[in-house]
Ligand binder design. Structure first.
Ligand code: PRP
Ligand code: URA
Length: 212
């Protein structure tokens, strides 16, 4: 039963294709890194689809025109360390002037509870649309804690973007942060007894950084 889940699944064929390559266990570290960067470009495209536009008077080689342009640069990407940095790189390729924050969390393997070790965000975070990125929304303990930390730090408008999400985590997150829209590249089946997403792609941080 997944009808109750509030999440935007970005199921563009290119996302699905690249996600399959990411999931394969024999994909090399170099390919995994390249693919996650490519997918994050596509996901960024969707998560920013409704950004407000204004116009600017320009001159084309043929005629003057009132041309559309993004209204202001009040955006901040927040990466949940360390795997979030895999998504962040592609997002910055697309929007190089975005501000960036970092929340350092790791999931204790026994309790599955997040442990914070770093927090640094722009001082004017309250004025920015914040897009939090982390490839995996599993139990959502990490995502829920990171978003709460950002709210405590003043953030008011927040979206959360993952590569993969599990129904259990989506329910937890929706209940904790009903005001935060979720976006993901794929909705997977369930969590296993170790809190890993099934079928998933394994440990995202280890696969991005080649640490296992
Ligand atoms: C992974 C992932 C998320 C978290 C998701 O990070 O990048 O942050 O687990 O799990 P949850 O939804 O059950 O909290 P991990 O703790 O492995 O740290 P890392 O990014 O440093 O590898
Ligand atoms: N963290 C990961 O990296 N992968 C999972 O499947 C769950 C949490």
């Amino acid at each position: 039963m997944t009808q109750d889940l509030r999440i935007n699944v970005i199921d563009h064929p290119l996302v699905q294709h690249k996600m399959t390559l990411l999931r394969e266990k024999d994909t090399s570290t170099a390919s995994f890194r390249r693919l996650i960067r490519e997918v994050s470009l596509l996901l960024c495209y969707e998560v920013t689809r409704d950004l407000p536009l204004t116009t600017r008077k320009i001159q084309t080689p043929v005629a003057p025109m009132e041309a559309p342009i993004l209204d202001g640069k009040k955006l901040c990407f927040v990466s949940i360390l360390r795997a979030g940095n895999g998504l962040l790189d592609g997002m910055l390729d697309l929007m190089p002037s975005a501000r960036v924050g970092h929340v350092g969390l790791y999931r204790d393997p026994d309790t599955l509870k997040p442990v914070e070790y770093y927090y640094k965000v722009p001082g004017d975070i309250a004025d920015r649309l914040v897009i939090v990125v982390d490839p995996m929304l599993a139990t959502a303990n990490s995502a829920t804690a990171a978003v709460q930390r950002l709210k405590d730090g003043g953030a008011k408008r927040i979206r959360f973007l993952s590569l993969l999400a599990a129904p259990e985590g989506i329910r937890t997150f929706n209940a904790a942060h009903p005001d935060v829209d979720l976006f993901t590249g794929a909705l997977d089946s369930h969590l296993n007894e170790h809190g890993y997403i099934v079928p998933g792609l394994g440990d995202a941080g280890d696969r991005i950084f080649g640490t296992k």
